[in-house]
Design a protein around this ligand. Sequence first.
Ligand SMILES: Cc1ncc(COP(=O)(O)O)c(C=O)c1O
Length: 365
Amino acid sequence: MSEFIPPAKPIIGDEERAAVDRVMRSGMVAQGPEVAAFEAEFSEHFVQGRPSIAVNSGTAGLHLGLLAAGVGAGDEVIVPSFTFAATGNSVALTGGTPVFVDIEPETFTLDPAAVAAAITPKTKGILPVHLYGHPARLRELEALATERGVALYEDAAQAHGASLDGRPVGTFGEFAMFSLYPTKNMTSGEGGMVSAANGEIARMLKLLRNQGMERQYDNEVVGFNARMTDIHAAIGRVQLTKVDAWTTTRQQNAAFLDANLQGVVVPPVAEGAVHVYHQYTIRVPEDRDGFVAALKAEHNVGAGVYYPIPNHRLPSLAPYAPGLDLPETERAAREVVSLPVHPSLSQSDLDRIVAAVNTVVGAGA
Ligand SMILES: Cc1ncc(COP(=O)(O)O)c(C=O)c1O
């Protein structure tokens, strides 16, 4: 059988290795000049110069972002349930309550009407996820947040470079978090970058990542060690020079799949949205798991299911959502399949993916 096509494939090359070597040879590997340079470059590249603070994971970025925005015990933050557990976890870790709300079926992102219905006097903010690299319904959510006097934050873990009406994600929220995990659209090994809407939040993020201090032994607040190392930042700086070309390739791969897949619903793109295809996610309404198994067994094509269990059904987060019913979330969790779309795919890989999907769908019809 032909070689396995993996659902994701991090690209780490000679330049990344050389950058790591350069930092190792300098003898200074903890947070230092590479992190500062990475923050400045990321800020210019993705978020129109908003202050950006590097941390050691995307999850830490969400947690610290929420704390910096003042979320704590007694506060509610509205989140989707159809996402990676880090979104709800980070709210719970502040002592606040994640309030899970349904998604709208086209883009798999928070449904603004459902968000509006879930706002209470305890709501501190709304934390949409730009799932799979497609921007959430930011126009409606921004207007709603303003109208109801709550904050807007962004989980942009999967959406480096996505935009709506020409405005990049990461410039809408009080803070926005980008993950730099290896399978994301760019990586630093592990890591996260948090963009802040103002200097006050940026300063608090810096304090929280470093034991609450800007100057040694002048600890102003209780903080963590969530610092990024210069080794990771050096990898991230190289990746930053390549991510735009990778995104273009992802978009071209997606366009090819859109044009050639038959009998499945291809991912819609909302008007004014730029989708960066962290995942290329279709729906398979009948026997999704059988479909994924057949792609692998009969065609050696890997596909991912993100996410089979809604967060409000996880043993860890279910206590925050007793009796909650989110029909579109449940349906998406049953139906979604993410096909390979990563920039390492060759034309023959893309042809094989199309042939595999069309054959398996045809066989089931
Ligand atoms: C939507 C979402 N939020 C948060 C995270 C957490 O990021 P990290 O894995 O870098 O901690 C991820 C990535 O795994 C994610 O996909």
